[in-house]
Design a binder for this molecule. Structure first.
Ligand code: 6PG
Length: 246
């Protein structure tokens, strides 16, 4: 069952989400001595990352016990304008005391999506102390939502939609003419907490499709996100939530 919180604007979404991240982080460190989070990319989460870099959240999260991963990455260099890693580093990671060893980016310099995906899967397995390919249980996976119903880089019509045997998948996205690397649906659904952050009127229709629409995951892959033993929270601003109101 999804918990949906509707905020007045992007600033309130960022504050609400930062409070949730901080709460989950404290819970994870208390229970397991570490907090493993998969960040989302795109533009929406920047406001959250900038909020987490400010008081009171910056000091509430124990960054020395936090391990940061990405839910997906574009196959571009880490200093590229399109890099999800670069955005998070600029908005958050460069401003908090997180050890470099705790930042686990997708090594896109390996050149091929498949090689980068295999390498990233090994990196994840190492942190979780799992055999490579076993689904990790992230404490928190942050997700965004595309107007076409994609989340992470699980785009409609791509092989990622039905990839249920890997933790990390390479994916060719024809509409973008681009390679991506993404956590798969099973990996996301193993998380203890999954949080969608969606803002803006342009997303209102697709939010309605995911939360209220006919189940058609091939067309709306975000409908596949259903944590098996975890919570699912949507934090929306009012413009993105209009299909849910009234
Ligand atoms: C990415 C993201 C992707 C994003 C959606 C929404 O790498 O692009 O991980 O899944 O969350 O495309 O992007 P915006 O927040 O920019 O609308």
């Amino acid at each position: 069952m999804s918990d949906v919180r509707i905020c007045r604007d992007v600033a309130e979404v960022a504050r609400e989400a930062a409070a949730e991240v901080s709460r989950i982080a404290e819970e994870a460190v208390a229970a397991r001595g570490r907090f493993a989070i998969a960040l989302s990319g795109g533009a929406t989460p920047r406001a959250l990352y900038e909020e987490l870099a400010r008081e009171p959240w910056r000091d509430r999260v124990d960054w020395t016990k936090t391990n940061v991963f990405w839910g997906d990455e574009r196959l571009v260099p880490p200093d590229h304008d399109e890099s999800n890693y670069r955005m998070a580093r600029e908005a958050l990671l460069s401003k908090v005391g997180i050890p470099d060893a705790n930042v686990h980016r997708v090594r896109t310099e390996l050149g091929h999506a498949d090689a980068a995906a295999r390498d990233y899967e090994r990196e994840i397995a190492k942190l979780f102390g799992l055999p490579t390919g076993s689904a990790p249980r992230f404490d928190l996976v942050l997700l965004g939502l595309g107007t076409d119903g994609h989340t992470a880089s699980i785009f409609p019509g791509t092989t990622a939609v039905h990839d249920d045997w890997r933790v990390v998948a390479p994916v060719w996205v024809e509409k973008l003419h681009a390679h991506r690397v993404t956590l798969t649906v099973p990996a996301i659904n193993q998380a203890a907490h999954v949080m969608f952050l969606v803002t803006g009127a342009a997303k209102a229709h697709v939010v309605g499709e995911v939360l209220r629409g006919v189940k058609h995951p091939d067309h709306v892959p975000a409908q596949l996100v259903a944590p098996e033993r975890g919570t699912l929270l949507w934090i929306l601003d009012e413009p993105a939530a209009t299909a849910l109101m009234g």
